[in-house]
Structures are given as structure tokens and as C-alpha cells.
Write a protein that binds this ligand. Structure first.
Ligand SMILES: Nc1ncnc2c1ncn2[C@@H]1O[C@H](COP(=O)(O)OP(=O)(O)OP(=O)(O)O)[C@@H](O)[C@H]1O
Length: 362
């Protein structure tokens, strides 16, 4: 088990990168603490697999260092790094039984048969593989095969970390939830550093204690699911996490705050002061639909909007509103009256975020 530190790490697939656009991984320094359950979450093409392959040793980074427990491992192979990797598609030896598949890494290490049997039984127990333990792997279902792939990583006591690259892609939707819970349980039981790559926010937040959100080759935020929801550090996190995502509106500075169209949004003196110190004119305000206050009567400091659409999602409703020239979403509480045509909203100061060049102004 290890702490994994990426130090000034960057990677370009081009031999002669001309600028940041040529980097799949832009320079980053990041630490995955020992024993944590982490997710690496981001859209297709943001660099997740590249980063995972650099950690495992399948790919050598063009710049920077990878340290396991403080020791540089840049030149070590995946075997020497002792990393177990579980891929999208199960990797099993079809002609071997499940038992033999699980025993394989231990036999390679030269462990005694008695020890191998007890370790394989322990892992088969956790993964509920006993009913198929003596079946040939080629006769298994896709999810059973994927459990065997996971088991091969878990069976060794000496792994530095287990990396999962979208491991539930081939699993039936109704089994995904069960396997995710299983992985979480395994993490709690074995305390191994685990990094789980996915583009699915639900998968990330049910598995991980902390999520690294990746966008354009950068980790734009590393935090708990709650932190990502309540305090997105980057507009992409606001947009990507939550359903629907954060409302983001481009604004200009004005006295006392910011404005868009003819609508003025006051900001606290502290935020105004910080904004003044930032030269960029790329400013956005962001507020999650859950935090927009909705009223059916006018009130001081409220904004009047047109109701464009009401989407009934059973236990709650999502309103699509027009404010000035912009549309935004608001989530109605279960017990709230559904407004007709016009509505009054406000942005509680605690939940109104300001972004400059897409990054949160704190
Ligand atoms: N072998 C390669 N040669 C050149 N460019 C590559 C190579 N592999 C990936 N890339 C590019 O690097 C960037 C990051 O790709 P990567 O596969 O790491 O992203 P990802 O987030 O894992 O995406 P996905 O979820 O689709 O696998 C993309 O622009 C991709 O086109």
C-alpha cells in the first residue's frame, strides 16, 4: 500500500509539443493519500486513462515524477511498482478455473499452497465467487469474469494500489450498484489505496471518499462529493456534477457587484474587493438549481422571471426560468406550490459563486 505523489507531472503524446493544447496531461502536482478510496472523474478525452497508465507504469510521462511513498518509480515497470489494474473488459485466463485464476498471482510469488488456498477462499468469500470457484472462466458471465479480474488484484497482500479503469462498463445495470457496494466494502476491509476512473458522477460518489475532477488534462478540483456539490472550484465541476448542473451566467463588473443584461447582482464587499484585484473580464456567476430561492409573491431583492417549463420528476420539480436574456433552472421543494407564468427568485449569498477565468473566487 502506498501514497502516490505526482510531482510536476505532464504528458504530451507529441514529441515536439508547441503549447498546452498539445498536452494530454497539463502540468500537475497531486497526492493520492495512502489507503484512500479515490475517483478520477471526467468526460471522454480529458486524460483519465493517460493519467492512470502513467501511475501504473504502462506509459512513461514526458515530464515530472511519480513517487510511491516518496520513492521515484518513473523507470519501474508495472510489475515492479506492484500495481494491480482492473480494465473495462475483464482480463481472465479462460482455460483456468476461477480458483486457478485467483491463485495465479500468488503462485507467481511462490507462496505455499496452504496460504494460497486460504487467501483465495477469503477473496472468493468477499466477492461471492464460491458458487463458481471450480468453473472454467470461459463459462462465466461478464460480471463474474470482472469479479475474477478484481479478485486477482485483491488477492495479493503486497499491492501498492489498485487502479480501476471504468470497471463496470460491461456489467448489467442492475448489478452495477451491487458491485460498487462490494468494492466499497472491500476498500473498508483491506484499506488499499484505490483509484477508480469513471465518467459517471454517481459511480464516483458512491465509491470514493474524495473525487478528482479532470477537465482538459488538469485536475480542476479534488474534494469530497459534498465539496464538489456545494463549492465547485471550477465552472466545469459546477456544470458536470449535479443534475441539472449549476446555472452559470456571464456577467460584467458594476458598482456594488456584477450585472448581466439589465440585472444587477450585489456582491459582498469582500468579493468585490477580490474581483477588483483580478484583471480578467471573463467573469461568471454560478448558482445550483437547488439553491435558487423561488417565491410566488414579489419581495425585496427578488428578481422577476418568466416560467418557461415545469418538469415533474416525481418527488421534485425543475423549473426552467427566463431572467433577462438568460435561462436558468431552479429546483422546487416537494411541498412548494408550482408557480404559474411568473415567479420571483433570489440567490442566497452563501450559495452564489463567482468565477474568473472559470475558477472560483474565494
Ligand atoms: N496513444 C495516443 N496517441 C496520441 N494521442 C492520444 C493517445 N491516447 C490518448 N490520446 C489523446 O490524449 C487525450 C486524453 O485521452 P485519454 O484516453 O487519456 O482520455 P480519457 O479521459 O481516458 O478518455 P476516454 O474516457 O474516452 O477513454 C485525448 O485528446 C486523446 O485523443
Amino acid at each position: 500500500m502506498a501514497e502516490i505523489r505526482l510531482q510536476a507531472l505532464a504528458h504530451s503524446y507529441s514529441r515536439t509539443p508547441q503549447g498546452p493544447q498539445d498536452y494530454a496531461i497539463r502540468q500537475m502536482t497531486h497526492v493520492w493519500e495512502q489507503g484512500g478510496a479515490f475517483a478520477l472523474l471526467g468526460p471522454s478525452g480529458c486524460g483519465k486513462s493517460t493519467l492512470l497508465n502513467i501511475i501504473s507504469g504502462l506509459l512513461s510521462p514526458s515530464e515530472g515524477k511519480i513517487l510511491f511513498d516518496g520513492r521515484e518509480v518513473n523507470r519501474l515497470s508495472p510489475e515492479q511498482r506492484n500495481i494491480a489494474q482492473v480494465f473495462q473488459f475483464p482480463v481472465v485466463y479462460d482455460t483456468m478455473t476461477v480458483f486457478e485464476n485467483l491463485a495465479f498471482p500468488l503462485r507467481n510469488q511462490g507462496l505455499a499452497e496452504g496460504k494460497i488456498r486460504s487467501k483465495v477462499n477469503e477473496i472468493a468469500d468477499v466477492l461471492e465467487l464460491h458458487p463458481v470457484l471450480h468453473k472454467r472462466a470461459k463459462n462465466l458471465t461478464a460480471d463474474e469474469k470482472q469479479k475474477v479480474s478484481m479478485g486477482r488484484g485483491l488477492v495479493r497482500d503486497d499491492v501498492s494500489a489498485i487502479l480501476f479503469d471504468e470497471p463496470l462498463t460491461v456489467i448489467d445495470p442492475h448489478l452495477k450498484w451491487k458491485l460498487r457496494r462490494k468494492l466499497k466494502q472491500i476498500h473498508e476491509q483491506f484499506n488499499i489505496t484505490m483509484v477508480y476512473v469513471t465518467h459517471d458522477q454517481l459511480e464516483a460518489s458512491t465509491f470514493a471518499d474524495k473525487i478528482a475532477v479532470m477537465y482538459g488534462g488538469q485536475i480542476v478540483q479534488f474534494g469530497t462529493p459534498r465539496e464538489l456539490f456545494e463549492k465547485p472550484a471550477h465552472t466545469f465541476v459546477g456544470f458536470f456534477i449535479g443534475s441539472p448542473g449549476m446555472n452559470l451566467i456571464p456577467v460584467q463588473r458594476c458598482s456594488g457587484g456584477v450585472q448581466f443584461d439589465t440585472i444587477k447582482v450585489p456582491l459582498s464587499p469582500r468579493l468585490q474587493e477580490q474581483l477588483e484585484q483580478l484583471p480578467s473580464s471573463q467573469i461568471k456567476i454560478g448558482i445550483r438549481p437547488e439553491f435558487v430561492h423561488v417565491w410566488d409573491v414579489p419581495f425585496e431583492e427578488g428578481y422577476e422571471c418568466d416560467v418557461l417549463h415545469v418538469e415533474d420528476l416525481g418527488t421534485y420539480k425543475i423549473l426552467t426560468l427566463r431572467l433577462g436574456e438568460h435561462t436558468l433552472k431552479a429546483r422546487l421543494q416537494e411541498d412548494q406550490k408550482v408557480p404559474q407564468r411568473r415567479v420571483h427568485i433570489s440567490f442566497p449569498e452563501q450559495w452564489l459563486k463567482v468565477y474568473v477565468d472559470e475558477f472560483l473566487v474565494e
